[in-house]
Design a protein around this ligand. Sequence first.
Ligand code: GLN
Length: 441
Amino acid sequence: MSSSSSSSSSSTNDLSQLSKPTVWHEFTPLANEHNAVNLGQGFPNWDPPAFVVKSMEETVNVKGTSTNQYCRPQCHLPLAQALADDYNSRPSWASAGVRVDPATNVVSSLGVTQIMYIAFRSLIKKDDEVVLLEPAFDIYAPQVLLTGGTPRFVSMKTDTEAGDTANEVFQVDWDALEATVNSKTRVLVLNSPHNPTGKIFSRTELDRLAGIVSKYPNLIVFSDEVYERIVFDPEGSPHISFATIPGMWERTLTMSSAGKTFSATGWKCGWCVGPEKIIKLMADLQQWVNFSTPTVTQDAVARSLVKARSPYEGHPNFYSWLAADYLKRRDFLMKGLEEAGLPAIVPAGGFFICAETGGLKIPDEVYMEDSISAPDPMPRDYAVARYMTHTDPKVAVIPPSPFYSKENKGEAEGYVRFCFCKTDDLLEEGVERLKGMGAKK
Ligand code: GLN
């Protein structure tokens, strides 16, 4: 993540790279092996809220027309209904004139990971291109390859002079994007709030993106919004769904899930909301893949979505509490990173912070160490993240280079990613260890 930016394409549909372990296979076991405080992989280390757990208990106990049997393959109707009601009640969706029909505009699957795969599989034909804005979550490019498309990468510019927030630091390189999108571009993947940076794309940025999209009638935007409920300044930097930008509903698949919102990443319940024509393609395809998605999880999520609208812990609804709770954790970790001498970029949403590690000095020999997932030669961010996890300060972090294509991995070398979806005791212990870290210049 230097100040440069670039665009490149993956030259091959070689799938052999996909059999390698990934950063996720490496860092949580490494953390466990060395008793590190795990601020790496982003999963909450607490239980889902009681009303969510209760929803699952209720659903498995439904008698008669049982939630324990197959459901309607496209999406369990109560879930589609709860989602449609939620989207339709958002002022930005209503004012955009968008109306989600539960019967035709919603398809569910096993998390956004699977629904995105189904979406790529439904749309991509040989020689189609998919534009990814880097850093980009590491499943996107492999999914494009698996579905026969060609990923094309446009790296965001990293300008640390522009300010200290992710929204300021990470900027779309519009010239590179315009030069990369072409008539073969079938899909562009947007992720806001963004993993790993915490950037939330502004209305101005989304309008500009819509301007590019409108020039290519064949182009569909996949909008990964799994962190949509974890937004720290809803007035100043609101989450805006790309589907609500004028003219974009017909061109957008909005994807989200219950994992982050309800601290239930293992439930793997995700969905896609979009125009009927594409949703039908996806539902038709899915019946040959998994036929239907687990009814109990969808039913429990539907119940949870309804309950989440009620006042919660002194907040007008669960979502307001969730964002406030994460804001406290974000601020605690930001302060800890500052005190530890690691300059960090303030996220506007999500539960990750990217911090600069340029000031850390780690022994040269760690670059030679075995890593099950690092490319060869091992990028600096990988070496730093491994050293921080296994030796000093024994705090697990994630190197951001897996979020970049081969050509752009250098952008990540001066950073590591911390997560703050962890209980107070872990965050406190993590911050304590970071302060005592001996690798500082
Ligand atoms: N989305 C989470 C993260 O970025 C978890 C990723 C994963 O385990 N595949 O940390």
